[in-house]
Design a binder for this molecule. Structure first.
Ligand code: ADP
Ligand code: MG
Length: 340
């Protein structure tokens, strides 16, 4: 996680100024840690204590389950076991893993490989993987060698049979750019199944809202805008029934000889993205898709990323570093959202 969209309770109450007290509903926040970051579930007009207790347990269990399937940080996860298996035969995996991988592979197709879950060997090489250590910068030869292991065509899916196949033994799948958004969608599905209609679910800045907030207004979502002096400004969008994901180069990065290395890798060069695009926010209906598209648009940069987002009718918001400060670029869909 690096860029972030935030739910601002304060702002949503400012939005609600003028409401009489009896229009403000109660709300309940459930917070915790998951996937190396935090999660927050806000329930508007929460259910009775006993149901709430059960719901909390259900959410924790769901998050644990997803980590046990998709985390590269757990050596025993379904994904880590697949990664460690050098076989190039078809391998049976849990259906959920197969479905996640197949859906992520579709985004790879849509984005010309800018989003690519086989990027794992490069993520690890640049020190953004499970080992977390900040290594010496890799040599060109090491980058070239890792690139040979990367490419979505090296990973095949047959989800009717729940099977995956590596075309070469060294394929290593990284779902870190997919799993948080996916988990948000899964928790939302859990809440929907419990007939809750007004809520916000957020994991590490990727979020989804349904219905209205406690003030019976749309949720006010604040997108971070990093300023040059390390300060933050916020751009606000008001949303109901939408997913929001942000990718940026200003939270998870390291500096080496004055150069900033972000954890988003351009699979086409094998190197961290270094262009002037500092953050991208995507608003759409699926959080998993928003999460992946935000990463893809960050890789593609302000020109190609903006063009693809317009072509896909995707509400997207780009923050570009210029010598005069941060320039904002919105797709037509995003501009419409901001007027609402
Ligand atoms: P952000 O919020 O900035 O998108 P995420 O945690 O959602 O951050 O995703 C970043 C992670 O995705 C990286 O740490 C890495 O594991 C993985 N990743 C990096 N580059 C790519 C890429 N081009 N395609 C898919 N996944 C990537
Ligand atoms: Mg993301």
């Amino acid at each position: 996680m690096n860029g972030r969209a935030l739910f601002l309770p304060l702002l949503s109450s400012i939005v609600a100024i003028g409401c009489s007290d009896d229009t403000v509903l109660s709300s309940y926040d459930l917070r915790g840690n998951t996937m190396g970051t935090t999660f927050n579930v806000t329930l508007v007009a929460p259910p009775a204590q006993a149901d709430l207790h059960q719901l909390k347990a259900g959410i924790q269990e769901k998050l644990e389950h997803i980590e046990n399937i998709a985390s590269t940080y757990r050596a025993n996860s379904e994904l880590s076991r697949f990664n460690a298996n050098p076989s190039t035969d078809w391998i049976s995996v849990l259906p959920e893993l197969c479905d996640m991988i197949a859906a992520a592979q579709d985004v790879s197709d849509t984005t010309g490989g800018a989003f690519d879950i086989t990027v794992g060997p490069l993520v690890n090489l640049w020190g953004f993987g499970p080992l977390e250590s900040e290594p010496e910068l890799p040599t060109d030869d090491e980058v070239a060698a890792a690139r040979l292991k990367v490419g979505s065509l090296k990973l095949q899916t047959n989800c009717e049979q729940s099977m995956l196949r590596k075309t070469i033994a060294d394929v290593y799948v990284d779902l870190s750019g997919w799993a948080k958004g996916y988990a948000v969608d899964e928790i939302a599905a859990l809440l929907d199944a419990s007939r809750l209609t007004n809520y916000l679910v957020e994991i590490g800045g990727e979020l989804r809202v349904s219905g209205h907030n406690a003030e019976q207004q749309k949720f006010a979502i604040a997108v971070e805008k990093p300023l040059q002096n390390n300060e933050m400004e916020y751009s606000i969008v008001r949303l109901s029934d939408a997913a929001v994901a942000t990718s940026g180069d200003y939270r998870n990065f390291y500096e080496h000889d004055g150069q900033r290395y972000s954890h988003t890798i351009d699979p086409r060069t094998g190197r961290p993205v270094t262009h002037e695009l500092t953050g991208v926010t995507v608003v759409t209906s699926s959080t998993a898709y928003a999460d992946a598209m935000a990463t893809a648009l960050l890789v593609l940069g302000p020109d190609d990323g903006h063009a693809l987002a317009e072509q896909l009718d995707l509400a997207s918001y780009f923050l570009v570093r210029t010598e005069h400060g941060i320039e904002e670029i919105s797709t037509s869909q995003f501009a419409q959202l901001r007027q609402q």
